[in-house]
Write a protein that binds this ligand. Structure first.
Ligand SMILES: Cc1cc2nc3c(=O)[nH]c(=O)nc-3n(C[C@H](O)[C@H](O)[C@H](O)COP(=O)(O)OP(=O)(O)OC[C@H]3O[C@@H](n4cnc5c(N)ncnc54)[C@H](O)[C@@H]3O)c2cc1C
Length: 519
């Protein structure tokens, strides 16, 4: 029975009530009402049609507003078009082109809608009903056809092809300017820092146990009461658009320097630069950053006691952190041949966020990278102490090769690394294999000269992972080989699931190489 011209006043369980009061009972209700415009469009003062959709010219420029464009469901084209995705999708490229043309003062392109489109309704039993040019069809082939169209469309927006290779189906994501990564990839190169410090010179101070004379992850000083205090400052530009996450990761990352020396972080000061384009937005962003930081600091018993905020071009978050060190610091330069090298977290945050910026990372990869970055080094530091680690560092912007190299140089030792044992975050191997690199990778890769190994090893993506800058990377420590198994068991028990023995410290190599790569 078809009821034309009837208006439904309300729906109730078991039926609908028409506006003349009649109740029509039903087992299932299919509500098909069409598109409606959001009320703010009509209220905006823009020219709209009687249903509140924004009137546009054939260039998609809003009528009487040359600098505004509307496309898709919200636009009212002349002639009126059905609110269907097939029109919105084809308007997209015209819109993109015309926005650019408007800025450059070039001629706008006209959008010419197709005269009809294939509409299909999936009946959820393997069949569909379809119409085009006034004809209707029904059955399995109609469903198969619609399914083929939809899958082909969605495939164009997959970041990787079915064989795992990157597709070029998303050209809008290709950067026009060289990309600059955030996080610890935005570090000034190791050599520049070394040269600047060498020019600066070091003032002697008897209360400084670890300072610029032998740069380490954190400074260690003594109070007048003789207590050791470890202190460090660390920060970076935002690596993602979520300020809460940036704040939390920056805090976890800053604490890593203290944990690497065996200290117990107690207090933190925040240094935040924020784009102050809009006061309300800036306040919210600052709140999100500090709330994220608190989530990390509170969990580790660290009190946020102050800070400094400045207006900048973009979000930059850093923390000065300090706390007591109850024993001698775990120095960079205390590795000894025979030590096993233990890494507590997997590598790959640099290349994964570079891939993410290009729209080439899978969501699951980024989730895993974030989970790793949010993990505090506290448990790993406790384990390092329990198993008698002598030397420790936290792996960050200079990559594993840079930080291990600093330990080996200071220890006057070499290392043999097993590439098969290197823990990599999900997707890192694929991204490195595709040739993707963080913007800090080339500078870090200058350490390649300190590696030795056959081409079969040095050409592996795992070898490139050694130069990948890490944001909130794990701890790298050396323990006597006899304690390695125990150290790993404890790390895994504590939740550092990716922790691995990645190699061994050996006698120094002749000829300047620091690290030998083996499979
Ligand atoms: C159930 C259903 C099934 C459909 N099936 C098909 C189909 O099979 N084939 C087909 O061609 N079409 C189909 N359509 C129609 C199609 O989905 C739309 O025509 C198409 O999505 C319109 O694209 P658009 O970009 O204009 O708008 P949308 O896809 O609706 O995107 C608008 C976006 O703007 C956001 N937004 C809204 N207000 C604000 C605001 N104030 N501030 C910021 N963001 C805001 C929304 O969250 C949304 O993400 C279907 C529609 C529905 C509802």
């Amino acid at each position: 029975e078809l009821r034309l011209g009837a208006r439904v006043a309300r729906a109730e369980p078991g039926g609908v009530v028409l506006d003349d009061g009649e109740r029509v009972a039903c087992d299932a209700l299919v509500w098909a009402v069409g598109a409606a415009s959001p009320p703010w469009l009509a209220a905006s003062g823009l020219p709209t049609d009687a249903r509140g959709f924004v009137r546009v010219r054939d260039t998609l420029a809003v009528v009487d507003h040359d600098a505004l464009f509307a496309a898709g469901d919200c636009a009212r084209f002349e002639p009126d078009l059905p609110k269907a995705g097939v029109y919105a999708v084809r308007q997209g490229p015209v819109l993109a082109r015309n926005l650019e043309a408007r800025v450059r003062g070039a001629t706008l392109r006209r959008y010419a809608p197709q005269r009809d489109y294939f509409a299909a309704l999936n009946l959820a039993d393997g069949t569909a009903i379809g119409t085009k040019w006034g004809f209707a069809l029904e059955g399995r082939p109609v469903f198969a056809f619609k399914d083929w169209i939809d899958r082909g469309f969605v495939r164009r927006f997959q970041v990787l092809g079915p064989d795992g290779a990157p597709t070029v189906a998303w050209p809008a994501m290709q950067p026009r300017a060289p990309m600059r990564c955030g996080g610890c990839a935005a570090k000034v190169g190791e050599r520049a820092l070394e040269r600047a410090l060498a020019r600066l010179g070091v003032a002697h101070d008897a209360d400084v146990e670890l300072g610029l004379a032998a740069p380490d992850d954190a400074a260690v000083v003594r109070t007048s009461g003789g207590e050791r205090i470890a202190a460090s400052v660390d920060g970076f530009p935002a690596f993602t658009a979520d300020p809460w996450l940036v704040g939390r990761v920056a805090a976890v990352h800053a604490l890593g320097d203290l944990y690497a020396k065996g200290a117990a972080p107690r207090f933190a000061l925040a240094q935040v630069a924020i784009a102050e384009d809009d006061a309300a937005r800036a306040e919210e962003e600052l709140f999100q950053v500090l709330a994220g930081a608190r989530a990390a600091l509170d969990a580790d018993g660290v009190a946020l006691v102050g800070g400094h905020t400045t207006a900048g071009d973009a979000l930059h978050v850093g923390f000065a952190v300090w706390g007591p060190l109850p024993h001698a610091p775990l120095r960079l330069g205390a590795l000894a041949p025979g030590d096993a090298l233990i890494l507590s977290k997997a590598l790959g945050t640099g290349v994964l966020f570079a891939a993410d910026a290009l729209g080439r990372a899978r969501g699951a990869w980024i989730e895993a990278a974030i989970a790793s970055m949010l993990r505090s080094d506290a448990a790993a530091a406790r384990v390092a102490h329990e198993v008698g680690a002598r030397a420790c560092t936290d792996v960050s912007g200079f990559g594993l090769a840079g930080h291990l190299g600093a330990m080996l140089r200071a220890s006057k030792a070499g290392a043999r690394l097993a590439l098969d044992a290197l823990p990599l975050l999900p997707g890192a191997r694929e991204c490195l294999g595709f040739g993707l690199r963080s913007s800090a990778h080339p500078e870090n890769a200058k350490a390649r000269g300190a590696l030795r190994g056959a081409a079969a090893q040095t050409a592996r993506p795992e070898a490139d992972a050694l130069f990948d800058p890490q944001t909130s990377g794990g701890l790298l420590f050396g323990v006597p080989a006899a304690r390695a198994r125990d150290a790993l068991a404890r790390l895994h028990d504590a939740g550092d699931a990716a922790a691995a023995r990645i190699g061994d410290v050996v006698e120094p190599f002749a000829g300047g190489a620091l690290v030998e790569l083996v499979d």
